[in-house]
Design a protein around this ligand. Structure first.
Ligand code: PLP
Length: 369
């Protein structure tokens, strides 16, 4: 079969591959501990679930505007003003089924074939995929373990050039849990302005940060709102992965283009899901906070446990629900170790190398489970 070249780089996500193998073991009667998938083990909070059910019973099951219900866009704009300290109008908000379309479509709207895009490595595999589908050239910027997995700014300076069209940030990060500190964001913002490029800031874990800290957004720095796409959603904060609800915040002209891409691909996001999203943002927030406290306790247990294993060293991540221990002293590759841990101990986790070449020598464990 001859397939279009734009799909030739697409690969499955590592998490689904390991999950598949773990399920085979389970079908044979073995008990497996799942630490591979980045999905909260909590149920969607009851007030949010009920808002969705109410939406269905009210007949909210029809097409809606492609960029989202005006009420939800307004609520998201208000939330961004309050939480991120930026001026957002509802026209800058694009709602989508999950956050992923708001990664993919702004990339399709901005990247011409041959444009270079800088992205974090190790990083969420969708970044490289979407850059390649758009015909762009993905350039991996290593994250530095010694800097709590923030960007290697020297490498960023070496890689950025007049050909750079976009820089992708993810803070707190999947797979490392690292948070990019303000002093690094300031330098990245200066480079973005000097080279006149866009920043896509994936902030889907922005509400999951520990030790009383916050994850700052680059969009709040002077001159950045007009060149930043903030990507966020409901999957992680409100345990809504399967509802499929996310959003992007971007300049109005780009938001209109992304709205057209949604019109001709996805059509619209389910209305009852958006009803649930309005409740999530405007209803009580105590469960979202309680879950973060629970994750923080799990983080402390898992980091201490990993550091007690000879040959393993693990930073204490400041956000998200992943740890990224360094296993290079074991002398095994990440893949070899993952296979042995699954086969011999019945624990499913991911090789750091499934998040890019700079992830070799590490494992990712999700403690959302
Ligand atoms: N961005 C990052 C960094 C993620 O880890 C994920 C999900 O794992 C997403 C985006 C996608 O989120 P959603 O499930 O809302 O599409």
């Amino acid at each position: 079969m001859t397939l279009a070249s734009r799909t030739k780089y697409l690969r499955p996500e590592g998490a689904y591959q390991v999950l598949g193998r773990a399920r085979e073991f389970e079908a044979m009667g073995r008990e497996i501990v799942h630490l591979e998938i980045g999905q909260p083990d909590f149920e969607t909070f009851p007030n949010i679930g009920l808002a969705g059910i109410r939406g269905i019973s009210l007949g909210h099951t029809r097409y809606t505007p492609p960029a989202g219900l005006p009420e939800l866009r307004a609520v998201i704009a208000e939330d961004a003003e309050k939480r991120r300290g930026i001026n957002v109008s509802p026209e800058m908000v694009v709602v989508s089924p999950g956050a992923k379309p708001n990664l993919f479509f702004p990339t399709l709207a901005l990247i011409e074939p041959g444009d270079e895009v800088l992205y974090p490595d190790p990083g969420f595999p969708t970044y490289e995929a979407m850059i390649q589908v758009a015909g762009g050239v993905p350039l991996a910027v290593p994250l530095c373990e010694e800097k709590n997995f923030s960007f290697d700014l020297e490498a960023l300076r070496r890689l950025i050039s007049p050909k750079t069209r976009m820089i992708i940030l993810n803070s707190p990060s999947n797979p490392t849990g690292g948070v990019i500190p303000m002093e690094d964001l300031i330098q990245i913002a200066e480079l973005a302005q000097e080279y006149d490029c866009w920043v896509m800031s994936d902030e889907i874990y922005a509400r999951i940060v520990y030790d009383g800290r916050t994850a700052p957004t680059i969009a709040a720095l002077p001159g950045m709102l007009e060149r930043t796409i903030i990507v966020d959603g409901f999957s992680k904060t409100y345990a809504m992965t399967g509802w499929r609800l996310g959003y992007g915040i971007m300049p109005v002209e780009l938001a209109q283009r992304v709205g057209l891409l949604l019109t001709h691909s996805i059509g619209s996001t389910a209305q009852f899901t958006q009803d649930a999203g309005i409740e999530a943002l405007t209803g009580p927030q105590d469960m979202a906070s309680a879950v973060v406290t629970e994750y923080q306790q799990r983080r402390d247990v898992i980091v201490a446990g990993l550091n007690a294993i000879p040959g393993v060293s693990c930073q204490k991540p400041q956000g998200a629900f992943y740890v990224f221990p360094n296993i290079s002293a074991t002398g095994l590759s990440a893949n070899q170790l993952v296979e042995r841990i699954l086969d011999e101990a019945g624990v499913a986790l991911l090789p750091g190398s499934s998040f890019g070449k700079y992830g070799e020598g590490y494992l990712r464990l999700s403690y959302a489970n």
